[in-house]
Design a protein around this ligand. Structure first.
Ligand SMILES: *Cc1c(COP(=O)(O)O)cnc(C)c1O
Length: 232
């Protein structure tokens, strides 16, 4: 699916500041815009920073750590990519939120590293609802069982703030809506167990965030629409 604004002719020629203000104008107040800056150099992040952006999403711990070292200290860093347990230690001292928590082992390690740094780290539990089986995250039933198991209650180093999910990558809007609907209803259900702190529903990326907003997204993770295409 290609969101109209991305396929417009001007897009390529717009500055990061103009793209940001255009995107912000389409997002209701109270919804967080996470600027996904993975694979883009620190100078590009600084352009976004100068346009007022403070929350950035990265997918690789080394890259996030390198950028954090050279960019302003008031940036809020979100880890959004699959995180190996042995890399948690690297980002634990400064990361604002880990959005991509996909296993009990990872929760345990984040808890351990947070305690070591005398911190409490906000996390989102990643749910897998997309058709692709390559994407990580808990199956809804596995997640229900994990939460019901009560393990999370004893973890003083983590605070579970909500859910994150990626919809199926498809042109079929019905499937995207189905995916967001599933995440949304699981979010409402789990909220009963967690209470008020559980307030973040991170759904929506460049191509589908306008749809995600209809399903109650409180945080959109937008990369390409801000920084342009990534060169891997
Ligand atoms: C890369 C990435 C994004 C941003 O994708 P765009 O299509 O560039 O907006 C959002 N969420 C996650 C988890 C990602 O890995």
């Amino acid at each position: 699916m290609k969101f109209v604004f991305l396929s417009s002719d001007n897009f390529t020629f717009m500055s990061i500041a103009d793209r940001l203000s255009k995107i912000r104008s389409t997002i209701p107040e109270g919804v967080e815009l996470v600027a996904v800056s993975k694979f883009h150099p620190a100078e590009r992040l600084m352009e976004a920073y100068d346009a007022g952006q403070r929350t950035f999403g990265e997918s690789r711990p080394q890259e996030m750590t390198a950028k954090q070292a050279v960019l302003p200290a008031d940036i809020r860093w979100h880890m959004i990519g699959h995180l190996q347990t042995n890399k948690v230690r690297m980002i634990a001292p400064f990361v604002t939120m880990i959005d991509s928590v996909d296993s009990a082992r990872l929760v345990d390690e984040i808890d351990r590293q947070a305690v070591r740094c005398s911190r409490r780290i906000d996390i989102l539990l990643e749910v897998h609802v997309a058709d692709e089986d390559t994407k990580s995250g808990w199956d809804p039933d596995e997640l229900r069982a994990y939460v019901a198991g009560g393990d999370l209650a004893s973890k003083s180093g983590v605070r579970v703030r909500g859910l994150m999910s990626i919809a199926t990558n498809t042109d079929d809007e019905k499937i995207v809506r189905r995916d967001f609907e599933r995440v949304r209803s699981l979010f409402d259900e789990l909220r009963e167990s967690f209470g008020e702190e559980f307030d973040t529903l991170s759904i929506g990326m460049s191509d589908d965030y306008p749809i995600a907003l209809e399903y109650g997204s409180t945080a959109v993770r937008v990369g390409t629409a801000i920084f342009g295409a990534r060169e891997y």
